[in-house]
Design a protein. Sequence first.
Length: 279
Amino acid sequence: MKKSFKSFLNKFFWFMSKSMRIHSINRMLAENNYHNLLTSKKYEDNRHLINHGFKVYSQADEDGIINEILNRISHTSKTFIELGIQDGKECNTLYLLKSGWKGLWVDMSTNLDNFEKEFSNHLNKNLIFEKKRITKDNVNSIIEKKKVFLGSTIDLLSIDLSINTFHILKNLDIYKPNIVVTEYNAKLRENIEWICEYDENGIWDGSDKFGASLKSFEIMMSKKGYSLVGCNITGINAFFVKKDLVNGKFIDNFSSEFHYEPLRLWLIKKYENELKVSI
């Protein structure tokens, strides 16, 4: 029995050691790939937002990119809205929340018991949360009910609702934030127009069928008065700024052909050991 248990422990520790080595190698490869990318001609202009990316709470470099945009443009309300936050611990506005901003989070999938424990210091103080399915027809009314708390203007909107992101963002008109961050479908190249069919009760099945191409977002957001100013290095999020705020503060090219980043999920490994402050 003792020999059997010892043998099990040896195998267990061997497996754990091997897993840690593989994890370490993957992280080193991701970091090397990241630094090689940043030395390419595309990013030589320091105004390129990818040069300023970093992670505090976001999935990858979004915290740093948002921080840099805010440093370049005016922001007065220090108020945000994020639609699609899951458990809230790795989203695009938690860094702002912890920096003294206030805002609204909405998500249908969030576990309320866990959420209320994690964010007890913020709930109903500088954060309000709504557990609700968001559709293109109810998005404005959901936000309208929180307007007393949010105020007349917001600085930033972040949206990641998988299948229906494009349609919901297109219909959202109750606020006109200075900055909009949205997930785009990077499997579709920079010059392709494609929008996923709207499905009010649809759930993402892990396939490439979600959201819309960056070009489709560029066209739609331009009609709403926004310029595309960048995408993050992993090819997940695109960043838009009001047209009247971009002059001279960003690279003077606002096309998807210039800003498109392909999907690089492996680069998320690079950010796994970066700063993450306890909640």
